[in-house]
Design a protein around this ligand. Structure first.
Ligand code: ADP
Ligand code: ZN
Length: 222
């Protein structure tokens, strides 16, 4: 039987976190919980919550910790998620979120935090190439991960577009906040013996194989 997995995906914008998170969630047959996707769905729904979230997203600012933590706590306490595992994508992003996460996950804890490593040159290229389904949030790239039919989502048939926050100024702000708030979490996870540094370069298939091999290796050691 497939053992499931309890994983966190870390990495700079454009490292391919989202794409790999979806692939890992299929491989281990566990839910993919992506905070950015949840916020974008809220924006699309036109709810008051979505309206508030939008001001943060479009500017590339972080949504306040208490809002994000409450949302993730609710998602992760669903029985089916805690039972087999989950792939957390885009959370934690601040030290307060990381501390809260360990509390939420007690007593089982986490298997691994995967840090997708990439340099800034590659990041800017990937972000410029990034496209997303406006209905289901699936990720694409006009360079190496195009939808089968141009502009149409493989998964749901929705329209594939560029994200509203993939503008130059929002990208700059997100990278700045990544360095200031999120990069310190790499050492934080390492100190707890939970970090795997992984090279994010290569085709999507190559990277997935690399990540699965590492997760399986760690799970055997545990
Ligand atoms: P990216 O990694 O490319 O910035 P995401 O889809 O993960 O994209 O996040 C998009 C936006 O959603 C962020 O810029 C931020 O406004 C908000 N967001 C997502 N996750 C978090 C989080 N854990 N804490 C605060 N804000 C978040
Ligand atoms: Zn779609």
């Amino acid at each position: 039987m497939n053992p499931g997995a309890r994983l966190v995906m870390l990495g700079k914008q454009g490292a391919g976190k989202g794409t790999q998170a979806v692939r890992l969630s299929r491989h281990y047959v566990v839910p993919h919980v992506a905070t950015g996707d949840i916020f974008r769905a809220a924006v699309r729904s036109g709810s008051e919550f979505g309206h508030k979230a939008r001001t943060y997203l479009d500017a590339g600012e972080l949504v306040p910790d208490e809002i994000v933590i409450g949302m993730v706590r609710e998602q992760l306490t669903h029985v089916e998620i805690t039972h087999r595992g989950f792939i957390l994508d885009g959370f934690p992003r601040t030290s307060q979120q990381a501390e809260a996460l360990l509390g939420i996950l007690e007593p089982k804890g986490l298997d691994l935090a995967i840090n997708m490593k990439i340099d800034t040159d590659h990041v800017l290229k990937r972000l410029a190439a990034r496209r997303v389904c406006s209905d289901c949030g699936a990720n694409y790239s006009v360079v190496d991960n195009r939808p089968k039919v141009r502009g149409i989502c493989d998964v749901c048939g929705g329209e594939v577009v560029q994200r509203d926050d993939d503008t130059e100024s929002a990208i700059r702000r997100r990278l700045e906040l990544y360095e200031r708030e999120t990069a310190p979490l790499i050492a934080w996870f390492e100190k707890r013996g939970l970090l795997a540094n992984m090279d994010a370069l290569g085709s999507p298939d190559e990277v997935t194989d690399r990540l699965v091999a590492e997760v399986d290796r760690r799970k055997q050691v545990l």
